[in-house]
Design a protein around this ligand. Structure first.
Ligand SMILES: *Cc1c(COP(=O)(O)O)cnc(C)c1O
Length: 399
């Protein structure tokens, strides 16, 4: 089908909840994609942080097909090898103690919210169910995770939202103390706020917060749905922050493109959610777990240190462009945000896409780059030269 035919059929048959770029992607290889008309694109989006190992990875595809032929699904009424091996690998590589598997970021966050409330209920009874979240955070699109999200634009239309969330200023311990009542059971935060604008949270603040959580017996819940699975150059971002969370959620990049997620808990929390307290039909699906095992195998220590280097390279190259339309790039590893000046960030992203560089926006004013972690130097350079070209066209007067 042509792009126009696809667009028309989408309009007729699909809820119009997304404002899509006018491109229909057909296939890809590495970090390079082709649309239905054969036009080539460099991908700096990874399907919003999902395609961590790029497109057409043979090892990943083989893990999926082999498992699909063997056993596609079985439910959590039975044991199966892939999710068990995956839990073991994740615990070994993160220092956490046990895993729960889910299907999306929002669902994984719902799990850690339930964990904190149950932990507190078991010890202190009712009335201690409030979770603190940060300004500019994003935790998902369910009614509860929208309530947890610390951006007012998300608190609309769908009333009533779930009670028991309080937003506090980011990087501000006094702000936290001011709203921290006796009803609090945990704090949920991203270490680099992704959707909010690619805003790294201060290390000192995170350390102080961890101390406060220990003092008050609050759970420290880290949302690594976007930062996890190598995106920031370590398996989880918390490993660069020198903390051990009580729970950490993940999703996006974990299975390299299949819908999968979950959370890990530490020793203190391993018995909080017992039989019957939490479940999901597809959780730990064998095909998704096998895909995740392949992803983790590919993202070994060498690949993770390459993520650091590539991220640094991209940030340095962008800064060296010296464009008056861009501020200083920020972020961690290959999670990069660039403030856009004088122009609208969405408008700039649309121009880049049109010229062959797929990219994202974040917050009110930033461009966001989340390239596949396995992107090559050549692909990065091709993407950067499209960026350079689009910027220099815009800088010319009269454009
Ligand atoms: C994307 C994202 C979510 C939501 O994940 P879904 O899979 O869309 O439910 C939650 N938290 C963070 C930090 C995210 O980036």
């Amino acid at each position: 089908m042509t792009f126009e035919a696809l667009q028309q059929a989408d309009k007729q048959n699909v809820l119009q909840t997304y404002s899509r770029f006018p491109v229909a992607i057909d296939w890809g290889e590495g970090a390079t994609l082709y649309d239905v008309e054969g036009k080539k694109y460099i991908d700096f989006t990874s399907g919003i942080g999902v395609n961590s190992i790029g497109y057409g990875n043979a090892k990943w595809a083989e893990a999926i097909t082999t498992q699909a032929m063997k056993l596609g699904h079985i439910s959590n009424l039975f044991y199966s090898e892939p999710y068990i091996k995956l839990a073991e690998t994740l615990c070994q590589r993160s220092g956490m103690t046990s895993a729960f598997f889910a299907n999306s970021g929002a669902e994984s966050n719902e799990g850690v919210i339930k964990l904190a409330r149950k932990y507190s209920f078991d010890k202190y009874g009712k009335g201690r169910g409030t979770i603190l979240t940060l300004n500019q955070s994003f935790h998902g699109r369910t009614i509860t995770t929208l309530a947890a999200t610390g951006q007012d634009v998300f608190h609309n239309y769908f009333f009533p939202f779930t009670d028991g969330f309080r937003t506090t200023p980011t990087n501000d311990m006094e702000g936290i103390s001011a709203v921290a009542g006796h009803d609090v059971c945990g704090v949920l935060l991203e270490l680099v706020q992704g959707e909010g604008g690619v805003l790294p949270v201060d290390k000192d603040f995170v350390h102080s917060l961890a101390v406060l959580c220990a003092e008050r017996d609050w759970l420290l819940l880290i949302d690594e749905v976007q930062t996890g699975v190598g995106r920031t150059g370590s398996l989880f971002a918390f490993q660069q922050y020198g903390i051990l969370p009580d729970a950490v959620s993940f999703a996006k990049g974990i299975a390299g493109g299949l819908p999968f997620g979950g959370f890990l808990v530490n020793e203190r929390c391993k018995n909080v959610l017992g039989p019957g307290t939490h479940a999901t039909t597809f959780g730990g699906n064998p095909v998704c777990a096998s895909a995740a095992l392949a992803v983790l195998d590919i993202l070994d220590e060498t690949a993770l240190s390459a993520v650091q280097e590539k991220g640094t390279y991209l940030r340095e190259q962008i800064e060296a462009m010296g464009s008056p339309l861009l501020g200083t790039p920020r972020g961690l590893g290959m999670m990069i945000g660039i403030p856009v000046k004088e122009r609208n960030n969405r408008e700039l992203a649309a121009r880049l896409v049109q010229r062959g560089l797929l990219c994202l926006t974040a917050g009110k004013d930033a461009l966001r780059f989340l390239p596949p972690l396995t992107i090559t130097k050549q692909e990065m350079d091709d993407g950067l030269s499209i960026l350079r070209q689009v910027l220099s066209d815009l800088e010319e007067p009269g454009k």
